[in-house]
Design a binder for this molecule. Sequence first.
Ligand SMILES: Cc1ncc(COP(=O)(O)O)c(C=O)c1O
Length: 418
Amino acid sequence: MSEADRLNAILESQAPAVFRCLSPLGRQAAFPKGIPWQSAMAKDTKINATIGQMTDGYGKAMPLSVMMGPAADLDEGMTFLYAPVEGHRSVREAWRAREQRMAGTEMPVALPIATHGLTHGLSVLASLFADPDTTLILPTPFWGNYKLIFTMYANAKLATFDFFSGDGFNLQGLADCLAQIRGKSILVLNLPGNPTGYALSPDEARQLCDVLNGHQHPIVVAVDDAYQGFIYEDDRHPRSEFWDLAETLDPERHALFKVDGATKELLFFSSRLGFLTHPYLGEAEDAILSKLKYLIRGTVGSPPGPSQALVLKALQDPRVEAAVEERMDVMRGRYRALKRALAELKSDRIHPYPFNAAFFMLMRLDGVNSEDVRLRLIAEESVGTISVADPNALRVAFCSVDEASIPELIGRIAKVVG
Ligand SMILES: Cc1ncc(COP(=O)(O)O)c(C=O)c1O
C-alpha cells in the first residue's frame, strides 16, 4: 500500500467528507520521506549532517554579522534557519491559543499549519480539493483573487449568487445556488468580507449553518478569516463562523477549513504568514498534515522564519491585544467618520451597501460607469478607489484613509459621480 493510499484510508474512515472531496492531486498527496522528513528525524543527533543550511555544527545559526544586529530581539534560530514545512510548533500553538481566545471557546481543533500568507493557504486548499468537476461557490461581489486561485491550476467551475439581499447576507441566494449543484462544491466564506466590509448578524450565522446542513452533496467550506476581529457594531456575530460550523456541520458530508493569518489580523501585511486550521483530530489530523505538507513543500518550500519569530514575540507579549485594540480604535474612528459622511451625502446615484466590519465599504453607482468614475477620480480629484464591475460599484478602503480626510474623500467621490 502506498503512503497516499494509507492516508486516504484513514481519512475515509475518520474524516469522510474530506476524503470524498479530495481532488486527484489531493488523493495523490503524501509528504515524501525526503530531506525535511529525514532531517526532522535526525534533529537530536550529535552530528547532524542532514540539511542544507550552515550552522555552527551544534544546531546554532551562523547569520552574517551585518544581519545579527537588526534582528537582535528575535529568536536567532527561528529567524535564520529553515522552519519546519508546517511552521514552528511554538508559533502554531500560540496562534491556536489566540484563535480560541478570540472565539471564547476551548473546542479542540488541529494545530494550525503555517502557509505563505492567506493566498497560499487558499491555493493549497484549491490543490487539495478543486478539479474541473468541482463547483466554486462565491457571493458576488467577491475578492477577485479567489477566481485566480481556484481556477489557475485546478480549473474549478464557478457558480455565484448576489451577496446582498436587502440589508443582509443573501442566505436564500446561497440556498438556491446550492440547489443547482449535484456534485462536489467549494464554498468560500469571507465574513467580515472584502470587498463588502460586511459581517453576519448572529441570526444569519445560525441560518448559514442550517442552509449548509440542508445540502445533500459534499461541500468544502473554506472560511477566509482574513479580517477576523475587525467588527465595528455590537449587533454582529462576534466570532468566526468557523467555530459555529465546526460545532454543527455534518462531517459525513461537509469538510471545513479556516484560513487566517498575521497579514491583516496583526497588521503584518508583508509577513507572508497565514495558517490553515481544521477540526479533524487524531490520525485524520496527521493524514491531512501529510497531504498539506506535500503541497507546501512543492510550492513555497517552507514558511518564512523572520515572520514567525516576530509573530511569536507579539503573541507572547501580554500587551498584544491592547496593541491590536489601539489600532482597532483608529479603524473605528474612520468607520464612524465614513458612516457620518455617507449619511450626509445627497446623491441619487450613490447607494452604499450595508457595511459594519473589515477594511472596506462598497457603493453601488447608478447612471454612471464605476470604471469611468474611478479613472476620473484619479485624474480630476487625485482620489484612488477600486471599481467593481459586477455590481457597478466603487470599493473604498477606509483602512488607508485617515479620519480627517474621510469627509473630503466622500465629497470628491460625490462631485465626480454627480
Ligand atoms: C479576503 C482576503 N483573503 C485573503 C487575502 C490575502 O491575504 P495574504 O496577503 O495573506 O495572502 C486578502 C488580501 O487582501 C483578502 O482580502
